[in-house]
Design a protein around this ligand. Sequence first.
Ligand SMILES: Nc1ncnc2c1ncn2[C@@H]1O[C@H](COP(=O)(O)OP(=O)(O)OP(=O)(O)O)[C@@H](O)[C@H]1O
Length: 246
Amino acid sequence: MTTLLEVSGVTVSFDGFRAINNLSFRISDAELRAVIGPNGAGKTTFMDIVTGKTRPDAGHILWGDKGLSLIGMSEARIAQAGIGRKFQKPTVFEEQTVQENLMMALRKDRRPLAVLFFKPSRSDFTRVDDLAEQIGLQEALLRVSGELSHGQKQWLEIGMLLAQEPQLLLVDEPAAGMTPAEREKTTAILVEAAKTRAVVVVEHDMEFVRRLNCKVTVLHEGSVLAEGSLDHVTKNQDVIDVYLGR
Ligand SMILES: Nc1ncnc2c1ncn2[C@@H]1O[C@H](COP(=O)(O)OP(=O)(O)OP(=O)(O)O)[C@@H](O)[C@H]1O
C-alpha cells in the first residue's frame, strides 16, 4: 500500500485556541480508517483542513503519489483532485428520482453548456445501475428521493459521492439516526467502497466502529492519542482516561 494522504505537523488555531495541534496522520490507498475522539477533539476540523474549508497555520498536507500540496487549494479543486466528503445530513435532490440523482452526480464535464446538453449514454445508465447496486437501491431507482427513508437517503448520497470516483472519501457520522439494520447495511457499503479507494469514517458509535473492523485513530486535543485496532486503542490507558474525562 502507498500513502495517499499525508498530514504532517498541522496546527489550526481559532482565536489563539489550538483546535489542531501538530497533527500528523497518514492514509494509504484502499484503506478503511475510523477516526474517533471525545467532543472537541478536532475531528471536524481535521476534515475541514483536508477538504480546504479551513486553512492550517502550519504544517503540510500532501496528496497522491506526486505529493501535491493541498494547502491553499480551493474546496472545488480539492474535490476535483479526488477527495469527496459526506456531511452528516443527507443533501440529495428530493424532487428527483434516485436514478436522476445518481446520473447528475456522474463524473462529467461540468461546464454550463455541457450540463445543458448532457444526454445520458447507455454506459451512463449502466454506471448508474452499478452504483445503485453498490448502495442497495437498485429496486428504488425510479423512486422520488424525497420519499426515501433517512438511511436510504444517506446511501444515495454515498452513491452520488462514489459517482465522482473519489480516491478518498471522508464520511461524517454515517450511522447517526439509523436503525440497526440500516447501520449494518451502511457498514457493508463502506467496507466495499474501501476496497477500491480510501474511506475515512468519523464516528461516535463504538459498536459501529467495531463492525467496520479497521484501523482506528483516536484524536484528543487536536493530536493523535493512539492508533491501531479498536481492541488495541480501547486498552490504552491514555484513551481510557480521556473517555472517562480524567
Ligand atoms: N470556527 C471555530 N471557531 C472557534 N473555535 C472552533 C471553531 N471550530 C472548531 N472550534 C473549536 O475547536 C475544537 C475542535 O472542534 P471540532 O468540531 O473539530 O471537534 P470534534 O472532534 O469534531 O467535536 P464533536 O465530536 O463535538 O463534533 C473545539 O474546541 C471547538 O470548539
